[in-house]
Write a protein that binds this ligand. Structure first.
Ligand SMILES: [Zn+2]
Length: 275
């Protein structure tokens, strides 16, 4: 694929010319210094509308900031069974770890920057801390299991910050977070959290991790069994995670427009739809 492909993708991409390039400049985006998440947000409520988030199944999301920067996260391969869109125009692709269900960079159109959370030999974490468009992207090292990576290796949490919003994509997190990891992630507005178990934290683990991070606005479960998932992966459906929880919303379409919650309102759990 090339820049021409990038500009041809039918997503009304205002920033197509910048596809794959790194923009510079600063905005009023949240700084990296953040209070410990469990202590409640000391930050002002993000101003106005937040990002648009589209799910493609498993852990693959396209996050589009209000200013139009497009971040494709953990792109999914067609072999899992989800219907994939035409190549997705985006400025950057993030990859939490190198397992096949998170690394289909061919999902992206053009030549976006590819940010891999792990080093080439997968034995360490890359230190990612950079700005692309209006998004500050950084990573926090974690593990794919609860044995410090002995079973399934390392995993990187990707944190996106823009316009006062903070999104955390937990990748294939396999354990509860340490205080250092919670502090490094910071106070989260939108949390993308695996819930399907077997390879990641399960419903109970995800519930605990959500309690650790206390996202302010939205919780989006991912990496669970759906009727589309063809590959024989022993994932649990999302039901176990949402059972007994309040503020659950099933999205009709595939795109969620995130808006601030009313003051004092608990976060919503949004069950995304897929193509
Ligand atoms: Zn996975």
């Amino acid at each position: 694929m090339n820049l021409l492909t990038c500009s041809l993708v039918t997503f009304g991409l205002a920033l197509a010319a910048g596809c794959g390039s790194e923009a510079s400049g600063t905005t009023g985006a949240a700084a990296t210094a953040a209070p410990a998440a469990g202590e409640g947000p000391a930050r002002p409520t993000p101003p106005g509308a937040g990002p648009t988030i589209q799910w493609f199944g498993q852990s693959a999301f396209l996050v589009t900031t209000p200013k139009g920067t497009r971040v494709l996260m953990d792109p999914v391969p067609a072999e899992l069974g989800y219907l994939l869109p035409p190549p997705v125009a985006c400025h950057v692709v993030t990859i939490s770890h190198e397992h096949f269900d998170h690394t289909n960079v061919a999902m992206a159109a053009g030549t976006p920057e590819i940010l891999r959370g792990l080093t080439k030999d997968k034995a360490g974490w890359e230190t990612i801390d950079k700005k692309i468009g209006d998004v500050h992207i950084r990573t926090v090292g974690t593990y794919h299991d609860d044995k410090k990576g002995a079973e399934r290796g390392l995993n990187a949490v990707f944190v996106l910050e823009f316009d006062g919003w903070r999104i955390a994509h937990l990748g294939d997190l396999g354990h509860l977070l340490t205080p250092d990891q919670i502090a490094a992630i910071g106070a989260v507005d939108v949390l993308l959290v695996p819930v399907g178990g077997a390879f990641t934290i399960d419903a109970a683990g995800a519930t605990k991790v959500v309690d650790q991070l206390r996202p302010r606005t939205t919780i989006i479960p991912m990496h669970y069994k759906t009727d589309r998932l063809k590959k024989d992966l022993p994932l649990a459906p999302v039901d176990g995670y949402v059972a007994g929880k309040a503020n659950v919303r099933h999205l009709d379409g595939t795109e969620l427009k995130v808006v601030p919650r009313p003051s004092g309102a608990p976060p919503e759990i949004v069950i995304m739809n897929y193509l």
